[in-house]
Each structure stands twice: as structure tokens, then as C-alpha cells.
Design a protein around this ligand. Structure first.
Ligand code: F6P
Length: 323
């Protein structure tokens, strides 16, 4: 291995910069040449590739987002686009590619690997829906941002004895919602993995008041059938019968734009270094992630074929803790 490239793809996540920095500096330490590809697979197809030296990644570890830029590329989803990407990588005499991103990005990584190009994925998405890593880069910071909002909403909810709904991101995965609900002391949670009846949510919120609570809060995952929009319109329609309003806050991209906390900086740094180390050992076609506290590699074939389940025990625990 003499020349590797690194790109970030899909939704940005706090800690991506720390991962890039780690790939660049650990790769340079081995005497390799490192290139950075701007704007993910879209930039790769456009040949937007620059050389990265140690000073190019100075002062970025504390910054959110990704200094390389990211994108979602429709063109790269086609086989023609993927073959073109391999040609471009070879034209630039790049021996291997490190792909920092979530599910869609690692599916792209697997496609390149199947075309014979050496790749290593780095688990990074705020959704934490990636098989092969118990926690991915960006989740911890996104959770803390959601918590800050929840804590503030609880203050005003308590002052007014109101019911609040907070919608968090996560695509089809309820991890962020469930963990924000537990850490934020919410009364209820709605996740895509389990069907929920809005009447049950109303009953949970009402019973919180009946138990003497001064507030009632439900955290909802954006991918749930009854997300913020669905629940808000249900509560509006049945306002008279339910007997209370539901104030709605959608956090959206606010969760993605934060500066990475210590956990994400350290995780990203370890994962970036692990990706380079795996390449040094001649391994590729894998995703590096955190499993049982250690840097671990999972074949991309396994990563793309599996779904990470939501921990039902945590859902049950929330029900108990909300009492
Ligand atoms: O995958 C990260 C994520 O933030 C999801 O939680 C969300 O559904 C999606 O990306 C939003 O994508 P975009 O930034 O392209 O609107």
C-alpha cells in the first residue's frame, strides 16, 4: 500500500473530521501518500481529489461536519457510475479507499469492493443503524444535542403543565429516539420498529399528570408511522376528547451540526487509525467499528446484509422509569 484516499459520504456526523485527521496522520506515519476526495462519491466521479498533508488536517478535530464535504450521489448508485469511480481511482494511482459514512455509504463501499477495488469502511452516522458497530461516529454528540433540547423543553413544560413532543432524526431506526427518551426522562417514546397507537400515547401522557407529574414528554423518531406530523394532527383532530394540547418541536438537522464531544472525537480517531492499520495488514472489504469496546472488523457483505436490532429491553425499561 502506497497511496490511499479518504472520503466522507451521506449525512455528515460530528466526528467525521477527527476520523479524516486520524486516517491522514496514521497513513503519513507509515510513509504513505494520502489523498482526500471532496463531496463523497459525487466528488469521486467528478475527479475532485486533492493531496492531504499533516497540516491540511490541522485544527479540524473540534469541528462538526466534514471539511472534505459530503453528498448523496444518484449517479454512483448505478453500475456505470461505480465502474467509472474505479477507473478514476486507478487513474489517480490510488491503491485503496477509506469510506467514512453510514448504511448507504457502506453499500457503495461494498459495490467498489465487488468490482475488485480495495476499500475499508469507517462506521459513521448519527442514526446508529449500521451493523458491525455498536455505536457509530456522531451518535453521542447528536444524542447530547437532543438532550439539551429535551431538558429545556421540560423546564417550560413544567412551568405550564404542558405536554410536549420532540421529534429526533434516525431515518428508519429508533435508536436516537429511545436513548434520548431514557436519558431525558421522557414519559413515552415512539420508534419505527414497534407499531404504536396514538391513543396509547395520549393515555401515557394523561397518566403522567394523574401521577402528579408537572410535565409530560414524548420523544418520537422521524421514521415512525406516527411521527411529529402524524401525532400532531391526531392530537389536533381529537383535542376535545383527549382534553389537552401537544406542543411539537422537530429537531431535524440541528442534531447533525454540533461540534463533536470527547466520545466522538476519540471513537473517530480510533476508527480512522484502525482503518489504516487494517489496510497495512492487507485487509479490505471490511467495515471497522466498535464491538465490545474494541476496534473490530466486519466483512462489508455482512454489514449490508444485516439490520441492527433495537434493544427491546431498553424500551421496557423506559416504561418502568417513566412511572
Ligand atoms: O442519516 C443521517 C440523517 O440525518 C437521517 O437521520 C435523516 O433521515 C437523513 O440523514 C436526512 O438526510 P438529508 O440531510 O439528506 O436531508
Amino acid at each position: 500500500m502506497k497511496h490511499i484516499a479518504v472520503l466522507t459520504s451521506g449525512g455528515d456526523a460530528p466526528g467525521m473530521n477527527a476520523a479524516i485527521r486520524s486516517v491522514v496522520r496514521t497513513g503519513l506515519d507509515l510513509g504513505w501518500r494520502i489523498s482526500g476526495i471532496h463531496h463523497g462519491f459525487a466528488g469521486l466521479l467528478a475527479g475532485d481529489i486533492v493531496s492531504l498533508r499533516a497540516r491540511d488536517v490541522s485544527g479540524i478535530i473540534q469541528g462538526g461536519g466534514t471539511f472534505l464535504g459530503s453528498a448523496r450521489s444518484l449517479e454512483f448508485k448505478t453500475e456505470t457510475g461505480q465502474r467509472q469511480a474505479v477507473e478514476i481511482l486507478r487513474e489517480h494511482q490510488i491503491d485503496a479507499l477509506v469510506i467514512i459514512g453510514g448504511n448507504g455509504s457502506q453499500t457503495g463501499a461494498y459495490a467498489l469492493y465487488n468490482l475488485g477495488f480495495p476499500v475499508v469502511g469507517v462506521a459513521s452516522t448519527i442514526d446508529n443503524d449500521l451493523y458491525g458497530s455498536e455505536i457509530t461516529i456522531g451518535v453521542d454528540t447528536a444524542l447530547n444535542i437532543a438532550l439539551e433540547a429535551i431538558d429545556r423543553l421540560k423546564v417550560t413544560a413544567t412551568s405550564h403543565h404542558r405536554a410536549f413532543l420532540v421529534e429526533v432524526m434516525g431515518r428508519d431506526c429508533g435508536y436516537l429516539a429511545l436513548n434520548a427518551a431514557i436519558a431525558g426522562g421522557a414519559e413515552a417514546v415512539v420508534v419505527p420498529e414497534f407499531e404504536v397507537d396514538p391513543e396509547q400515547i395520549a393515555a401515557d401522557l394523561r397518566s403522567a399528570y394523574e401521577r402528579g407529574k408537572a410535565h409530560a414528554l414524548v420523544v418520537v423518531a422521524e421514521g415512525a408511522r406516527y411521527n411529529a406530523e402524524g401525532l400532531a394532527s391526531y392530537f389536533k383532530e381529537h383535542r376535545q376528547r383527549l382534553g389537552f394540547d401537544l406542543r411539537v418541536t422537530t429537531l431535524g438537522h440541528v442534531q447533525r451540526g454540533g461540534a463533536p464531544g470527547a466520545f466522538d472525537r476519540l471513537l473517530a480517531t480510533r476508527l480512522g487509525a484502525a482503518a489504516v492499520d487494517r489496510l497495512r495488514r492487507g485487509e479490505h472489504g471490511i467495515l471497522v467499528g466498535l464491538l465490545k469496546g474494541e476496534m473490530a472488523a466486519t466483512p462489508l457483505a455482512e454489514v449490508v446484509a444485516n439490520k441492527k436490532p433495537l434493544d427491546q429491553r431498553l424500551l421496557d425499561l423506559l416504561g418502568v422509569l417513566a412511572k
